[in-house]
Design a protein around this ligand. Structure first.
Ligand code: HAM
Length: 415
C-alpha cells in the first residue's frame, strides 16, 4: 500500500514525461505567438468559488470534488478545473482594469473523484486558455485556430471540431421551459439525479452519462431552436469565420458541456471514437456571478494532457525523441577528477549534453555505461591527457577516433 499511488493518479517519468514536455512546449510556443500570458493559481480555492462558478447541479460539484475543511474550518476544494480559479485571479488582481482583453494560459492539475475508467483520472492535467473581456466570435475563432495549429504541429489528424450554441440567459429561459415540459413526459425513465435536477437546471439532464437518460435526451428539444437574434447572429458569424478560415467543423446540437458557466458558443474536439480531447466555450455570465460589480464576457478552452498523449499513441504519432547525450566524459584516476569535472562544466555551459562518472567505475565499466545510455561520443581524461592537453574523442556509432586539444573540445561539439 505504501508504495502504491492512489487510484486514478499517475506518476510522470521517462517517455510519458518527455511527451508531456513536448505537448506543453508546443502549446506554450503557440501562446507566445498569440500573445497569451501565463497565469498560475493555487491548487485549492474556497469551495464556494466552484459551487457558484461550475454550478451546484453539475456532476463535478455534486459528485466529484475533493472538498475538506482545513484546520481553520474553512471549506476548501482542490480545483476540479482551471477556469474558475483564473477568473478569481482576474478579479482579485483587478486585471480587468488593464487594456482588455486579458489573454491567459495555464497548465494545471485538476482533481475530480471520477470512476477511473479509460481516459478518466482523479488527478489529470489541463492546458487551458482564457480570453477575458472578449465579446465577439473572433475570440472563439482565435482559440479554435490555436488548437488547430497545436494539433497540426504535433501531427494529430483525427480530432474533429464540434460546435454548438446554448444561448444566453434569456434564450435559456424559454428553452428550459420547453425542455422541462419534454422531460416531465419521460420522468419515469430518468435516473434519480436527473429527476431531481431537471427541476433546478434541466440542461444538466442533456449531459447525463446514464444510458437510460441518454435515450430520452436523444429526442429532446435542442438549444439552437431557441436562440434569440443576438445569439443566432453570434453563432452564424462564428460559422462564417471558421468557413472562411478553412477550419472544418460540424454543428453538433447535442453538446451542452458539463459545467454550468457556458453561454452561447460551446465546442469540443473529439477523436475518432467520439472521445472528448478538448472542451471549451463562452462564459459571458461567470465573471458577474463571481463578482456582481463586474459584467465582462469571456471565452476559453481546456485540453487534457493525458488525453492528448493517448490520442497521439492511438494515431501512431511518434514525437521527436529525447536529445541524446552528446559526450560522455570518462575519468581516469582520482588525481584527474577535479580537472576533468571542470571540463564537464565548461561543455555544459555551452549547452552540450554531457554525462560523467559519479561512481569511481573502472574505464571499462565507464565505457559500457556510456554505450548503454546511448552517448554519441566519449572521451577519457586522465593524468596523461591533462599533461598533454589532448584527448581522444571516440564516435560511438562509427568507432572512429580523433585527437582534439582540450582547449578546442567545446567547439568540436557545438553544432
Ligand atoms: P472539461 O471539458 O471539464 O472543461 O475539461 C477539459 C478537458 O480536460 C477535457 O476535454 C478532457 O480532455 C480533460 N479532462 C476532464 N476531466 C478529465 C479526467 N477526469 N481525466 C482526464 N482528463 C480529463 C473544463 O474543465 C473547462 N474549464 C474548459 C474551459 C476553459 N472552458 C472554458 N475555459
Amino acid at each position: 500500500m505504501i508504495t502504491q499511488r492512489p487510484k486514478g493518479t499517475q506518476d510522470w517519468y521517462g517517455l510519458n514525461m518527455h511527451k508531456r514536455t513536448i505537448i506543453e512546449e508546443t502549446a506554450r510556443k503557440l501562446c507566445k505567438a498569440y500573445n497569451i500570458k501565463e497565469v498560475i493559481t493555487p491548487a485549492f480555492e474556497h469551495t464556494i468559488l466552484f459551487q457558484r462558478g461550475v454550478g451546484e447541479t453539475t456532476d463535478v460539484v455534486q459528485k466529484e470534488m475533493y472538498t475538506f475543511d482545513d484546520k481553520g474550518n474553512r471549506s476548501i476544494t482542490l480545483k476540479p478545473e482551471g477556469t474558475a480559479g483564473a477568473v478569481r485571479a482576474y478579479l482579485e488582481n483587478s486585471l480587468y482594469a488593464e487594456s482588455q482583453p486579458t489573454k491567459l494560459f495555464y497548465v494545471t492539475q485538476a482533481f475530480r473523484y471520477e470512476n477511473p475508467q479509460s481516459g478518466r483520472l482523479r488527478q489529470h492535467h489541463q492546458f487551458g486558455v482564457e480570453f477575458l473581456g472578449a465579446a465577439g466570435p473572433l475570440a472563439e475563432v482565435e482559440l479554435i485556430s490555436l488548437l488547430t495549429n497545436f494539433m497540426e504541429e504535433l501531427g494529430m489528424k483525427e480530432a474533429k471540431l464540434h460546435i454548438n450554441s446554448i444561448g444566453c440567459k434569456s434564450c435559456r429561459k424559454t428553452y428550459n421551459e420547453a425542455l422541462l415540459e419534454y422531460l416531465k413526459k419521460h420522468e419515469d425513465a430518468l435516473c434519480p439525479t436527473c429527476r431531481e435536477r431537471m427541476l433546478k437546471n434541466p440542461l444538466r439532464v442533456i449531459d447525463c452519462k446514464v444510458p437510460s437518460c441518454k435515450v430520452i435526451v436523444k429526442d429532446a428539444p435542442r438549444t439552437v431552436e431557441y436562440l434569440d437574434d443576438e445569439c443566432k447572429n453570434h453563432f452564424e458569424e462564428l460559422q462564417e469565420l471558421l468557413t472562411t478560415m478553412n477550419i472544418p467543423f460540424e454543428v453538433d446540437t447535442g453538446i451542452v458541456r458539463g459545467l454550468d458557466y457556458y453561454t452561447k458558443t460551446v465546442f469540443e474536439f473529439v477523436n475518432a471514437e467520439g472521445f472528448t480531447l478538448c472542451g471549451g466555450g463562452r462564459y459571458d455570465n461567470l465573471i458577474h456571478e463571481i463578482d456582481e460589480k463586474q459584467d465582462i464576457p469571456a471565452v476559453g478552452f481546456g485540453f487534457g494532457i493525458e488525453r492528448i498523449i493517448n490520442e497521439l499513441a492511438t494515431e501512431g504519432v511518434e514525437l521527436t525523441s529525447e536529445p541524446a547525450v552528446e559526450v560522455y566524459v570518462g575519468i581516469l584516476g582520482k588525481e584527474a577528477k577535479a580537472a576533468a569535472y571542470q571540463i564537464v562544466q565548461k561543455l555544459r555551459k555551452a549547452e552540450i549534453i554531457v554525462e560523467t562518472d559519479y561512481m569511481d567505475r573502472s574505464v571499462k565499466a565507464q565505457m559500457k555505461y556510456a554505450n548503454k545510455i546511448g552517448a554519441k561520443n566519449t572521451v577519457i581524461i586522465g593524468a596523461d591527457e591533462l599533461a598533454n592537453n589532448t584527448v581522444r574523442v571516440k564516435n560511438m556509432e562509427t568507432g572512429e577516433q580523433t585527437e582534439c586539444s582540450l582547449d578546442n573540445l567545446t567547439e568540436l561539439f557545438i553544432k
